[in-house]
Each structure stands twice: as C-alpha cells, then as structure tokens.
Design a protein around this ligand. Structure first.
Ligand SMILES: [Zn+2]
Length: 209
C-alpha cells in the first residue's frame, strides 16, 4: 500500500512546483500515476487539508488541474473561472486564493492559462463590438480585454499573445495584492508564477519565474 502523503506546512514553493512539473510530464507522456485517490488517502484528509499549491485556471472542460498535474485529492487548491481572470473578478476569486494562503499556508500559486481559450477568443472578437454579449458573459469578457489591448501590436499570434498577457497580468495583480499576498511575496514565503497549458500536447509551460 502506498504511503498516504500529507504535506507539511514547511514545504517550499520550489518543491511544490517541481512536484507539479513532474506530474505534468507523467500526464503528457501518457503515464500518469493517478496518486492518492483511494479511501485510505481521502479519509486521512477528512480532518484537514495541506495542499501544496493554489491553481487558478480556466473553467474549460479540457483544463482539469488534478488530472494534468497528475496529483491526488488534497494536493492542490483549485480556483476555476472562465478566462482565469483575476483583475475585476471580485471577492470570490481573490478571497478564495487569500484563504488558501492565510489559512492553509500554501507556498505557491500558479495562474494557468491555456491554448485556444474561448474567453480570450471572445474578447478579441468583441473588443470593438457595440452589441453586448448576452447575460453576464459580456461582463466576464470585458475583464479579459486589458490583456487583449496590451498585447496588440506584438509580433506573433494575437490569440497566443493575449493568452500569455492575461496570465502575466493575473500574476502581477496577485503579487501586489494587499494585505495577504503582497507581504508574503516580498518576504519570500510565497511564490506566484504563471503557466500555459497546451491542449494538444498536454504540456504546461511555465512563462514566469
Ligand atoms: Zn479558457
């Protein structure tokens, strides 16, 4: 029987990041170990959780963090919202991340964008549109617009550029987020980075250090 892993609170961000990268390599090669998904694993966590990282990813059905990082129950604290938006996303997104940092002492946050993101495609398509998208979709897509505008004029593919810029802006926002995240980043006890998941290859590429 494999040993149940319960993370200690002194696990470092670099150790957590290494674990995620190795898991993604297993997944992308088609050789996942699918760890910690049995009763002895999850029942051991009933009294408390010690996730090694917060993953903020898109709600897209193809971007399932536990699967693509090949981790188990209790390993990552996942916040998912279309377009993996942070700026303007309000208290639910920011508060969820802050909870994981302040209460669960998670040392690492990864903002995870992905190729072919529909929210960003919509923002590019409707950036100059005068006809609003239905319901709350319009407001959501507006939150991605700063990334589209800031990546305009860059060489290369406009969608890829906007996806990358959206991750960069998210990381920047979180690194400066007072009063919980920013002081920890400055003190070196919290690492916030960004990556992009490629839908075709299954590989997560880190774009920030
Ligand atoms: Zn998406």
């Amino acid at each position: 029987m494999a040993a149940v892993r319960v993370y200690s609170k002194d696990r470092t961000a670099d150790e957590a990041l290494r674990d995620l990268i190795r898991g993604n390599e297993r997944f992308a090669r088609g050789r996942p170990s699918s760890p910690r998904r049995r009763p002895e694993d999850f029942s051991a966590l009933a009294e408390g959780q010690y996730p090694e990282a917060v993953i903020l990813s898109c709600a897209d059905s193809r971007v399932a963090p536990e699967i693509l990082f090949d981790v188990g129950v209790g390993d990552i604290f996942v916040v998912r919202v279309a377009g993996n938006v942070i700026g303007g996303a309000g208290v639910t997104v920011k508060g969820s991340i802050e909870y994981a940092i302040a209460e669960l002492h998670v040392p690492l946050v990864v903002v995870l964008g992905h190729s072919g993101c529909g929210a960003i495609k919509s923002a590019i398509k409707h950036i100059d549109a005068r006809d609003p998208l239905p319901g709350a979709i319009d407001g959501l897509v507006k939150l991605v617009k700063p990334a589209v505008l800031k990546s305009r004029g860059m060489s290369g593919d406009p969608l890829e550029n906007a996806i990358r810029k959206n991750v960069e802006l998210g990381v920047e926002r979180l690194r400066g987020l007072e009063p919980i995240l920013a002081p920890r980043v400055k003190a070196g006890t919290l690492k916030i980075t960004g990556g992009i998941y490629d839908l075709k290859t299954g590989i997560v590429r880190l774009i920030l250090r």
